[in-house]
Design a binder for this molecule. Structure first.
Ligand code: PGA
Length: 249
C-alpha cells in the first residue's frame, strides 16, 4: 500500500490525475474504473486541462463507473451519467460507446447487474480503479453490512449516504433510495486501485479503513488486502466543497 499525503486539494487532484495520466500513457487502451462525488472533480478537471493542451489522448480508453442511482438517467442532472458528462466525458476524445455506467433506468435490475459485470470482464477487467470513500466507509455504493457483496448488485442506500448526498438534490426526499453498484469483488479485481480522500471529515473513516480490522462494516477496509493500492489524502480542507479547490490544507 502506498500512502501519499497531499498538501492541499489542488495537489491531491494533480497527483491523482498524474497517476491516471501515466496509466493511459503507458497503455492507451487502458480500462479505467471511475468514481463520482465531490472528491474526484479536481482530478477530472486536471485531466481535461492536460487533454486540451494535447498532453494526453483518451481515444482508446474504456471506462466503467462504479455506480448509478436507480431511477435516474442521462437527462437527470443528479444522475452519475450526467455528472460524468458534465465533469469529464464531454471534454475528452473518448469514444462514447466505450464509456460505461450502470443503467439506472433498466427495466430488469438483476439483468442490468449481470450485463454490467459481463461487460467489465469482456473488456479484460479494470486496469486502474479510482475510488472515493464515504463517511461510513462505503466504496462505490457498497454500504456497511454483515457481508462483502461480491459482484455488481442492487443496493438500498443507508441513511447516512442519503443524507450525505442530499446536498446534490432539492430535498432529501428526492434522493433515490437504491443504486446499482460494482461489488467488492469487482473492485478488488482491478489491477490497481487509487483511493482519494479529502477533508478532515474523512480522517476518522480513512484511518479505520487503512489501519483497522478488515470488516464489511467498513467496506473500504477490504482494500488493505489489495496488492496495488495507492491512497492520496488531504485532511485539512473541507471535502464537501469542490469550489474549495484552491484552499490550502
Ligand atoms: P465525496 O463522496 O467525494 O463526495 O466525499 C465519496 C463517496 O461517497 O464515495
Amino acid at each position: 500500500m502506498k500512502i501519499i499525503q497531499a498538501s492541499n486539494y489542488t495537489d491531491l487532484s494533480h497527483k491523482a490525475a498524474n497517476i491516471i495520466s501515466a496509466q493511459v500513457i503507458l497503455n492507451e487502451r487502458s480500462v479505467l474504473g471511475l468514481a463520482t462525488g465531490s472528491t474526484p472533480i479536481g482530478t477530472y478537471q486536471q485531466l481535461v486541462d492536460w487533454y486540451k493542451k494535447g498532453d494526453i489522448d483518451f481515444s482508446k480508453i474504456t471506462t466503467f463507473n462504479l455506480d448509478e442511482y436507480v431511477g435516474l438517467g442521462k437527462e437527470d442532472v443528479q444522475s452519475y451519467r450526467h455528472f460524468m458528462d458534465d465533469h469529464f466525458f464531454s471534454y475528452i476524445n473518448a469514444a462514447p460507446t466505450s464509456l460505461h455506467i450502470p443503467n439506472g433506468k433498466a427495466a430488469d435490475m438483476e439483468a442490468e447487474c449481470t450485463r454490467y459485470e459481463t461487460l467489465i470482464s469482456d473488456a479484460g477487467g479494470i486496469d486502474l480503479q479510482l475510488l472515493g470513500i464515504g463517511h461510513n466507509g462505503h466504496i462505490g455504493f457498497n454500504e456497511p453490512g454483515d457481508a462483502f457483496e461480491k459482484c455488481t448488485h442492487l443496493v438500498a442506500l443507508n441513511n447516512s449516504t442519503i443524507q450525505a448526498n442530499a446536498r446534490f438534490f432539492h430535498s432529501i426526499d428526492d434522493v433515490p433510495t437504491h443504486a446499482i453498484t460494482m461489488g467488492i469483488k469487482t473492485i478488488m479485481q482491478a489491477k490497481k486501485i487509487l483511493l482519494i480522500a479529502n477533508g478532515s471529515d474523512k480522517q476518522n473513516i480513512l484511518e479505520k479503513a487503512l489501519y483497522g480490522p478488515v470488516t464489511p462494516f467498513v467496506p473500504a477496509s477490504i482494500l488493505q488486502l489489495h496488492p496495488d493500492l495507492t491512497v492520496i489524502y488531504c485532511y485539512e480542507a473541507n471535502a464537501s466543497s469542490s469550489k474549495n479547490k484552491e484552499s490550502s490544507c
